[in-house]
Write a protein that binds this ligand. Structure first.
Ligand SMILES: C[S@@+](CC[C@H](N)C(=O)[O-])C[C@H]1O[C@@H](n2cnc3c(N)ncnc32)[C@H](O)[C@@H]1O
Length: 328
């Protein structure tokens, strides 16, 4: 695709903002999340996060802004059937998708946690909203509702997808052993409040990892610098917190947590990415927003595609991860 094709990605990129959860294009969001999940940089940071968090059998682990839920399943494998792995996710569409994916694992992956997901009982599954759940002895916020993808007696023991958001987590103080939060704070207007709330639910000695992008690290080549700048400016203006990556360490320290590690990984897009995914959505979003013209959008897409044909396309973006523990 070298011409702008508005039918391929729609007129705007998907929004992960809390304010937009009721009007989301699930197909677009899952496409973005699935593409990112395949990136080596994301996989590297996810592995690093699990090593830092080191969840153990019987612990309660949460993933704040859990998206399609795969990381909650990874936590569930480590905390085992006696532990709990909660995805806290404000988007009903993504919660339902995460539950569907967890259920689709039904017996597909052998392991101490695997088995017949959901147990086949009536009233379970994506539509099953439970009332107040008790997590680590603390009652969840009434009405928050917990969607349990499975029961402890067979299935993804302890996996739950719960309605909630960073800043008002439906969990009691000190009720959680492990918190992870990946690529969420860039969408949050009050990241300090969000991280303070994560620190609140952690027990003394509990571990936390934050992962996020810093959008100022985005490099796209080749492109007309003036056109690219307008596209980047739009992106930065549309994001609630585009410089999140550089803030992670300070947010954790500011919440009274002890920093235990930090790392970074750069996503370098494949040559095929010049014609699809993020690179395509950039210029289509900019065109829709009116910050670039149709000829500029077409020239941008054409330039990237031609560069890719020569093996000369470059798009990169750096993500950061910081780990911390709550003092005893
Ligand atoms: C870019 S996605 C990342 C999803 C997942 N963590 C991952 O790494 O694949 C951002 C997620 O944060 C969620 N989100 C947005 N605002 C949030 C908030 N205030 N609290 C918790 N989650 C939020 C979105 O619904 C979405 O699932």
């Amino acid at each position: 695709m070298t011409e702008t094709d508005e039918s391929e990605f729609g007129l705007s990129r998907g929004s992960f903002k809390l304010a937009d959860v009721e009007a989301q294009d699930l197909a677009k969001l899952t496409m973005i999340l699935d593409q990112m999940a395949q990136q080596p940089a994301v996989q590297t940071l996810r592995r690093w996060a699990l090593e830092q968090l080191a969840p153990t059998i019987g612990e309660t682990a949460i993933d704040v802004g859990s998206g399609t839920g795969e990381d909650v399943v990874e936590l569930a494998k480590l905390v085992g059937p006696t532990g709990r792995a909660l995805g806290i996710e404000p988007s009903p569409a993504l919660r339902a998708e995460a539950t569907r994916r967890a259920e689709a694992l039904d017996g597909a992956e052998a392991g101490p946690w695997a088995g017949p997901v959901g147990g086949g009982g009536a009233g379970r599954g994506p539509g099953t909203v439970r009332g107040a759940e008790v997590v680590g002895g603390a009652e969840a916020v009434p009405g928050a509702g917990a969607v349990r993808g499975a029961e402890a007696d067979g299935g993804l023991a302890g996996v739950e997808f719960v309605d909630g958001f960073a800043g008002a987590l439906p969990l009691g103080a000190g009720s959680v052993d492990v918190v992870r939060c990946e690529r969420v704070l860039q969408h949050v207007a009050d990241p300090a409040g969000a991280v303070a709330d994560m620190a609140r639910v952690l027990r003394p000695g509990g571990r936390i990892v934050l992962i996020d992008t810093d959008w100022a690290t985005a490099i796209v080549h080749p492109a007309d610098p003036a056109v690219l700048q307008r596209m980047v400016d739009l992106f930065l203006a549309e994001s609630a917190n585009p410089y999140s990556g550089r803030q992670l360490r300070g947010l954790l320290a500011g919440a009274g947590l002890e920093i235990t590690g930090e790392t970074a990984a750069t996503w370098i897009e494949r040559q095929e990415g010049a014609r699809q995914g993020f690179a395509s959505m950039m210029h289509l979003a900019a065109l829709t927003a009116g910050v670039i013209t149709k000829p500029e959008a077409d020239a941008f897409a054409q330039g990237l595609a031609e560069a890719a044909d020569r093996g000369a396309f470059h798009l990169s973006l750096t993500m950061y991860a910081v780990s911390a523990r709550k003092p005893n």
